[in-house]
Design a protein around this ligand. Structure first.
Ligand SMILES: Cc1cc2nc3c(=O)[nH]c(=O)nc-3n(C[C@H](O)[C@H](O)[C@H](O)COP(=O)(O)OP(=O)(O)OC[C@H]3O[C@@H](n4cnc5c(N)ncnc54)[C@H](O)[C@@H]3O)c2cc1C
Length: 421
């Protein structure tokens, strides 16, 4: 690799919740060094609100905005490129385009390679980015349209069936959204919405097995049964193979098939595992845990490389483990920015606690549930409103957030007639 001139530059790899919020805070705090933010996508995916993008309740400019727009007027340089190599000893990063950047400080925030479905399931759809969401939306709309013109009952049934794999929060939020949005869209096209089928496959014998109070779990499970078409929950279903026209699974030792227009994968595992999406040179094997997460100190620094920070889904502080959530990731981004600033001004880095904003779920069109302080639950339309406002309040830049909130509130109070189509 090239011998590079030393640089004062801070390079942030990944513009997700950790990386973007690190950059925005550095910009607000008049950080004295040049900052470069690298992401392979030209847009920021606001993951907790992708269901709203799928259903058309929100628009791309709200939940999938361009980095260029979010960073307009800031002192952050945005580079759209993929990270190929990081050399911790040499203090440089190399991008897919072949360009290399020396750094004084580095932030690694490339997210987790989570949700890989494994080689047998590569025909599955995903909902991890704005691109994937719009691809799924278009595919489902095409299937509904084809179903309106088809008399053959088996194929028509398949076109109107969607299977969701994974009974965690993402699977439940997605299934609930589909079970309202698809029937509404099909009815709008002149079909009978009651023909739509949404199946939710869970390997274990319980939905929402982790991180959820009993009460909220019950609220979520009840909500699935109350959708426009009730979600068909299949527990104990071990998915074997996803094909373009359906999903094969095993249950009680018997092989089953659901013919489906789309199979959407929300669970992890599936043999996909976690792989670092880039080459990291210079880190000893004990620098990772068994899931491939980078181990960091409570100040989000790599133990042997204090000039390098890592946060979000890709990193883990073994003494204070945080859930892999947007809530934790953006707070870690702000903590990392604070510590970068401390280093720049010769101060000590410090530990900032990550607070829980409470569990928040979308449970269909116009319905949500939030649990605040792990005690109080607000469900229904108000629950959805609180969830949306909490998230929209996080959206970068006050003007952007204000605009998005105002549009969203208007839509909630006076729904657009074409929304669900
Ligand atoms: C559908 C869905 C719903 C969710 N709902 C919630 C929720 O309701 N509440 C909640 O708290 N959390 C939720 N999460 C989890 C949350 O979104 C993540 O925990 C959070 O985004 C992690 O932030 P991060 O910065 O670590 O990574 P990310 O936000 O994933 O950002 C990583 C960034 O790195 C970029 N990148 C990756 N590899 C490369 C590369 N090689 N080169 C260049 N760029 C690269 C990506 O493009 C991306 O922009 C949800 C996640 C999903 C998928």
């Amino acid at each position: 690799m090239p011998t590079m001139m030393p640089s004062e530059r801070t390079v942030i790899l990944g513009g997700g919740f950790t990386g973007l919020f690190t950059a925005l805070r550095l910009n607000r705090r008049r950080y004295p060094h040049p900052v470069v933010l690298v992401d392979r996508s030209e847009r920021f995916s606001f993951k907790p609100l992708l269901y709203e993008l799928l259903s058309g309740e929100m628009d791309a400019y709200q939940v999938w905005p361009r980095f260029e727009e979010l960073l307009r007027g800031s002192r952050i340089t945005f580079i759209q490129d993929s990270v190929r190599t990081v050399d911790l000893e040499g203090r440089w990063v190399e991008l897919e385009s072949g360009l290399s950047y020396a750094y004084k400080n580095l932030v690694i925030a490339l997210g987790g390679a989570l949700g890989g479905a494994g080689p047998d399931n590569r025909d599955a759809f995903f909902l991890r980015t704005g691109e994937e969401t719009l691809k799924l939306r278009q595919h489902l709309r095409n299937c509904l349209q084809q179903a309106t013109q088809l008399g053959e009952p088996e194929e028509r049934k398949r076109l109107l069936t969607v299977a969701v794999v994974g009974g965690g929060p993402a699977g439940i939020e997605l299934a609930a959204t589909l079970a309202d949005w698809l029937p509404a869209s099909f009815t709008r096209l002149g079909g009978d919405g009651r023909e739509v089928r949404v199946a939710l496959l869970q390997r274990g014998m319980q939905l929402l097995p982790q991180d959820m109070s009993l009460h909220l779990r019950k609220t979520a499970v009840d909500a699935l049964a109350r959708r426009t078409v009730p979600v068909e929950v299949i527990l104990g279903a071990s998915v074997k193979k996803v094909e373009p026209d359906g999903v094969h699974y095993e249950r009680d030792s018997s092989a089953q098939l659901i013919p489906a227009a789309a199979v959407v994968w929300t669970g992890g595992g599936g043999g996909g595992g976690m792989a670092m999406p880039f080459k990291l040179q210079g880190l000893p094997p004990q620098g990772y845990n068994k899931h491939g997460r980078l181990l960091v100190t409570p100040t989000w620094q790599l133990p042997n490389f204090p000039e390098v920070f890592a946060g979000g889904d890709l990193a883990l502080d073994p003494d204070h483990p945080q859930p892999t959530t947007a809530q934790a990731a953006y707070q870690e981004g702000e903590g990392i920015a604070y510590n970068l600033e401390a280093l720049a001004f010769g101060r000590q880095t410090s530990v900032a606690p990550v607070r829980s904003l409470g569990t928040m779920m979308k449970l269909g069109l116009g319905e949500g549930a939030v649990e605040i302080f792990d005690r109080y639950e607000v469900a229904g339309r108000l629950g959805l409103l609180i969830r949306q406002l909490r998230y929209l309040g996080l959206l970068p830049t006050p003007i952007y957030s204000f605009k998005a909130t105002a549009y969203w509130l208007t839509d909630l109070l006076w729904p657009r007639s074409g929304m669900a189509a």
